[in-house]
Design a protein around this ligand. Structure first.
Ligand code: TMP
Length: 254
């Protein structure tokens, strides 16, 4: 049978298809989880549905307060329509508390509050394991201009304020998160927007009372059920899909 639509890109957790209108993609959330740059791989039934809902919730909230994102609308349980962007080849990480690679690098105890939110950049290259890079590298190798970097930092800090507030409201600490940024052109005028996804795959989320981890570290560190953790975040935010996640099949759009 001929494929119904063209796959543009397949990553570890998502697939991009050509969209129904020029300048759009359909972003499909898979159930796959990987860690250690693909060294570990497992499938968690329902994760894609949860991440689609959560990313919709965060991206549409950002759009509503004037922080531009690639998100246009949700198409079905696993897919959303997004704008095509020129991806900046960086992972933009914002940290509020020490954890993960920063805690390791600096010998800090996980959970220590940082003096202020810290933004850092990793160069997106799986072969190299997405290395942390200084701004000097980014501008020298022309991955982004200094103006882009200034805009990316202010975008990332606005996302941080929004996400921290939303999560705090449901008893969750936003320890850190990663976003990716793309460039869109509106009548020859370039604009940077939040792209990719915002979900517990790309954040560290700890219950404020108990410290329970509600993010991908549950998988990375073998701490229990990943879908239970993500469902808890969705439940608290009031965005739990109404149908049981384990039964749902992806619905294709025409
Ligand atoms: P790190 O402590 O491992 O550097 O991760 C910081 C944050 O960025 C954490 O919330 C996880 C997220 N992240 C990703 O989403 N993808 C990645 O490839 C990396 C390295 C981190």
């Amino acid at each position: 049978m001929a494929p119904r639509r063209k796959k543009v890109y397949e990553g570890k957790g998502k697939i991009l298809y050509e969209g129904p209108e020029p300048g759009t993609f359909v972003q499909h959330f898979k159930d796959d989880a990987t860690a250690g740059n693909g060294a570990r791989h497992e499938v968690f039934e329902g994760k894609g549905v949860l991440n689609n809902r959560l990313s919709e919730f965060f991206m549409s909230g950002l759009n509503a307060i004037g922080v531009p994102t690639h998100y246009i609308r949700t198409l079905n349980m696993r897919e959303q329509l997004v704008r095509q962007v020129e991806m900046i080849p960086l992972e933009v990480i914002v940290r509020n508390y020490a954890a993960g690679s920063m805690a390791q690098r600096l010998g800090l105890e996980e959970g220590v509050q940082l003096p202020r939110p810290i933004v850092e950049f990793c160069y997106k290259d799986d072969r190299l394991g997405d290395p942390l890079v200084p701004e000097e590298y980014i501008t020298a190798f022309n991955w982004a201009s200094q103006q882009d970097l200034d805009d990316i930092v202010s975008l990332a800090l606005r996302v941080n304020d929004f996400l921290s507030g939303v999560m705090h409201g449901v008893g969750i600490r936003l320890v850190d998160f990663k976003i990716e940024v793309g460039r869109i052109w509106d009548n020859d005028y370039p604009r940077l927007v939040v792209a990719d996804e915002i979900s517990p795959d790309s954040c560290r989320l700890w219950d404020i009372e108990t410290g329970r981890k509600l993010d991908k570290d549950v998988f990375r560190r073998d701490l229990g059920s990943l879908t239970d953790a993500y469902s808890e975040v969705a439940r608290r935010l009031g965005v739990l899909p109404s149908v049981g996640t384990h039964r749902m099949k992806p619905t294709l759009i025409n």
